[in-house]
Design a protein around this ligand. Structure first.
Ligand SMILES: [Cu+2]
Length: 132
């Protein structure tokens, strides 16, 4: 019995690996409220060249991303989402972009600096990216 379950798990895992061959899978946190946010966030992510799938969960605020890492990276996707008005764990939306959101979508923003999970280089990355 146990062997059967194990081989099934192996088979499923193999399938997942094949499906994402050449692709990178990442999970990032994106701030938002509702289904409208979900549509906006996913649209912004999918508009980035190289993004295969973008799935945002409004309960957990986590975005599952699959992308071709020869074409894009998680920072570029994160920037695109921030440009649409949604803060991510890596990039903050401009106040201008945030203010353009409909009232129901004005998610609560972390005020005194975002949670950085103790990663000091996050802020530096942000500055570098914005220069480009
Ligand atoms: Cu919304």
């Amino acid at each position: 019995m146990k062997t059967k379950v194990l081989s099934l798990v192996t088979l499923i895992m193999f399938g997942v690996v094949v499906a994402f061959a050449g692709n990178k899978v990442e999970k990032i946190k994106v701030y938002g409220n509702c289904d409208q946010c979900k549509a906006r966030i996913e649209k912004a992510a999918k508009a980035v060249d190289g993004v295969a799938t973008a799935n945002w969960n409004k309960e957990t605020k986590m975005m599952d991303l699959a992308f071709d890492d020869s074409k894009t990276d998680v920072h570029k996707v994160s920037m695109a989402i921030a440009n649409a008005g949604h803060d991510t764990e890596m990039h903050k939306a401009t106040d201008e972009a945030y203010n353009k959101l409909p009232g129901c979508c004005k998610y609560e923003r972390a005020k005194a600096g975002m949670k950085m999970d103790g990663k000091k280089d996050t802020k530096m990355d942000m500055k570098m990216d914005h220069k480009m």
